[in-house]
Design a binder for this molecule. Structure first.
Ligand code: SAH
Length: 250
């Protein structure tokens, strides 16, 4: 019987391949390698649309944060396999977690500094809030759909993001108790800029917001030192509409 050595060699070869796979799978148990690939996709897309956005390079600070936040923790189990694709995903209740490139772009436009206090309208999955929480001192985030707010809050607790504060309600009126804010980001689309959000912005502060129906213009409003505002339009985007609590409508 001279087949035994061949068998052993084959078995060893199979074992080596399996061990290799296991090592790769194990080393990316937290999705780190997948996130790095996603960041490359985000950079590529940023370069493609640089002429439109006027932003040639996203800052290392924003990209490093995106490389850090486990997006798979913010999507429903059936979407986990797609968590690191550069695309929006359904999170239930007819809502979506934004495309990672859009998260990066909006974060860049907000120009968040370490000492900033930031307000987000539309917590959704909690992912954008989690990205902001690593860049700002405090993040206040409002979600109108209770179960989404609860799932996001559970993720913040699980990941020990202690500087994100969630509230259930209509973000159209902002969250005046903690304002004024250095930056406000709206991730659902109203058909006009909510006046309360401008009021709750500090002089020098920025508001990043999609405005319009069906397709929107992503806008950046800056509050000047004298209280006047300057608004620029960045790119067309598509967000879910900002819904209103019936009794809160103006
Ligand atoms: N930033 C989110 C994207 C959320 S999609 C993320 O990272 O996943 C927009 C979210 O805005 C939805 O969850 C929707 O329920 C919420 N929303 C819509 N109208 C709102 C309002 N008036 N106030 C607060 N949240 C609102």
């Amino acid at each position: 019987m001279n087949t035994t050595p061949t068998r052993i060699a084959r078995a060893l070869a199979v074992l080596t391949v399996l061990l290799g796979w296991a090592t790769i799978a194990w080393s990316d148990v937290d999705g780190e390698a997948e996130r790095r690939r996603m960041v490359d996709d985000i950079k590529a897309m940023a370069a493609e649309v640089a002429e439109e956005t006027g932003i040639a390079n996203l800052s290392a600070r924003v990209l490093d944060r995106i490389a850090e936040v486990p997006r798979h923790e913010f999507v429903p189990p059936e979407q986990r396999a797609f968590a690191y694709r550069n695309r929006p995903l359904a999170i239930g209740h007819k809502q979506t977690i934004s495309q990672p490139f859009v998260v990066a772009l909006m974060t860049e436009l907000l120009d968040v500094k370490e000492e900033h206090r930031v307000l987000e309208i539309g917590t959704g999955s909690g992912y954008q809030g989690a990205v902001l929480a690593g860049l700002a001192r405090d993040v206040y985030t409002i979600e109108i759909v209770r179960p989404l707010a609860e799932t996001a809050t559970a993720a913040f607790e699980r990941l020990d993001y202690t500087n994100i504060h969630t509230r259930i309600g209509d973000g159209y009126r902002g969250w005046p108790e903690h304002g004024p804010y250095d930056g406000i980001m709206v991730t659902a689309a109203p058909d006009h800029i909510p006046p309360a959000l401008i009021e709750q912005l500090k002089p020098g502060g920025r508001l990043v917001i999609p405005v319009g129906e069906v397709w929107q213009d992503l806008m950046v409003l800056t509050k000047n030192a004298d209280g006047t505002t300057t608004t620029t339009t960045v790119v067309p985007v598509r967000f879910v509409p900002l819904t209103r609590e019936e009794d809160a409508k103006d």
